[in-house]
Design a protein around this ligand. Structure first.
Ligand SMILES: Nc1ncnc2c1ncn2[C@@H]1O[C@H](COP(=O)(O)OP(=O)(O)OP(=O)(O)O)[C@@H](O)[C@H]1O
Length: 486
């Protein structure tokens, strides 16, 4: 016999699989069962608390109904529910706003969360490619707070690690269709948290009339020109800012301009603000209320360029006087804040056939926009055609307003790269909603949708009357309503 090792035949019997807890000693097993039951109870209670917090109205109505039924029987329950409906009707009739805010929109929120977002969330984020996978584990974006405001649902999302808001922006269209909305916009709230605005209807569909003349305080940092989608006043900053308004013919540029002048009118009358205008279209726009302007030129030739150069020279002169004395114009400077309005900026800086005049206009506009902030000069430039030559100035304007435009590329040219992806679809503004615009301010990441007031011909007559009577050119002594810059 050789001393070689021979492998034994493999063991073919199936090894019995015993659950791990069977191997635990008896007492420990009971303890484990107890711990498991307590843990399940804690989880169930926590979940219940979350459900009650997420659906407070449904929870209160259900719990209350169950209690009334158990305590008093079916008829009192029906009576209690009918009384509740009557009380709600009374609330609706007497205090509609508070009814909507504190009851109805909360009910809609709970309803939409329970019937739309919770049931569809998992499949929508999976099919949209918004989940992450690593070593067989799926990381899903968390659905957080939902708030319905009637015209839109605000859905808060906690993104998965490694995800950027751009991933959501790229899937806006798909998300809108999946949740049955007309459009979807993405807003960044804080690191890892974005909010989806799922829009169902347009709150700006109807024109908004201008408020009574002179009824609102003038603050050059926040001049009201309309209303935003969320119902707040749309304010444009003039002090320390420059405004570019772009829109195809008929988009409503005039309404932005006249709304601005409407709200500046008390300050114009008091001599606190001075408007200087250039209207290359022969006065078609600014000629509707020349009383508002200290100086106005109705062409794009030598007179217009001379006016631009005069303003640029004033900017330089004031800037040299302010140097080291004040950082920003204030009322106490004793000289008026100046707003230069150019109705068709392109006519001056791009279409002017005389190269010499064109170059002088470009230089003057550049001087005013780049150096005018501190000494109290603002430019409001209106443009019909967002060509490169004109929008090349874009970076000099800290507030850009895109009314209706023709193509997506124009939106990018006016508002800047990436703003359209965040929802600013100015090329989708309808012809039936003139005055609706997307507004982008340099110091804010998110664009805002708003509608300028509708300034009618009758309003312009009223404005002329207001400015014609009692032109006061001294600065008022007690002008606390005009806030000074910090
Ligand atoms: N904010 C608004 N709300 C309702 N209607 C408006 C508004 N703005 C303008 N409109 C209406 O839209 C039409 C065109 O407006 P407007 O002349 O201001 O456009 P525009 O962009 O200035 O055009 P253009 O470039 O030809 O001067 C007008 O009939 C006006 O009454």
């Amino acid at each position: 016999m050789s001393g070689r090792w021979v492998d034994p035949a493999p063991f073919e019997g199936a090894r019995p699989r015993v659950p791990w807890w069977m191997l635990m000693p008896g007492r420990l097993r009971w303890l484990a069962v107890l711990v498991f039951l307590v843990w399940s109870l804690v989880v169930a209670v926590v979940r219940l608390v979350f459900v009650v917090l997420r659906y407070p109205i449904a929870a209160v109505v259900l719990a209350g109904s169950a209690w009334v039924w158990w305590r008093f029987g079916l008829s009192p329950l029906v009576l209690a529910l009918l009384s509740l409906v009557a009380a709600l009707e009374l609330w609706w009739g007497l205090w509609r706003r508070s009814f909507l805010r504190w009851f109805w929109l909360r009910v809609v929120t709970e309803w939409r969360r329970a019937t739309v977002y919770v049931p569809r969330w998992r499949s929508v984020v999976r099919l949209s490619g918004l989940v992450g996978r690593d070593r067989g584990r799926e990381y899903r974006p968390r659905l957080r707070r939902v708030r319905s405001e009637g015209w839109r649902d605000r859905v808060r999302v906690r993104m998965v690690p490694g995800q950027a808001p751009e991933a959501w922006e790229a899937r806006r269209e798909g998300l809108a269709h999946s949740f049955g909305a007309r459009s979807c916009r993405v807003r960044v709230l804080r690191p890892r948290v974005v909010e989806l605005d799922l829009v169902h209807s347009d709150p700006l569909a109807r024109p908004v009339a201008v408020p009574p003349l002179g009824g609102v305080e003038v603050d050059f940092r926040r001049v009201v020109v309309g209303v935003t989608e969320s119902g707040r006043p749309w304010r444009l900053r003039l002090l320390g800012a420059q405004v570019l308004v772009v829109g195809v013919p008929g988009a409503g540029k005039g309404s932005v301009l006249w709304s601005l002048i409407w709200f500046l009118a008390p300050a114009v009358r008091a001599g606190l603000v001075r408007l200087v205008g250039i209207d290359p279209k022969g006065g078609m726009e600014l000629g509707q209320c020349p009383e508002a302007f200290d100086r106005v030129v109705y062409d794009n030739g030598p007179d217009a360029v001379a006016l631009l150069e005069a303003v640029a020279a004033e900017v330089k002169e004031r800037a040299s006087r302010y140097r080291g004395v004040r950082r920003l114009w204030t009322r106490s400077a004793g000289e008026p804040f100046t707003v230069l309005v150019v109705d068709e900026l392109a006519d001056l800086v791009a279409y002017q056939p005389d190269k010499g005049l064109r170059e002088r206009a470009v230089r003057a506009v550049q001087t005013i926009t780049s150096q005018g902030r501190a000494p109290g000069f603002a430019v409001v430039g209106l443009v019909q055609d967002p060509r490169k030559e004109v929008v090349g100035f874009r970076h000099l304007f800290s507030t850009r307003v895109a009314l209706r435009l023709d193509e997506p590329g124009q939106v990018d040219m006016v508002l800047g790269d990436g703003v359209r992806e965040r929802g600013a679809a100015a090329h989708e503004i309808g012809e039936d909603t003139p005055g609706v615009a997307w507004v982008k301010q340099d110091d804010r990441r998110e664009p805002e949708r708003a509608r300028a007031f509708h300034v009618t011909d009758a309003d312009l007559v009223e404005l002329r009357d207001y400015l014609t009577y009692g032109q006061v050119h001294e600065l008022p002594d007690d002008g606390d309503q005009w806030q000074e810059a910090a």
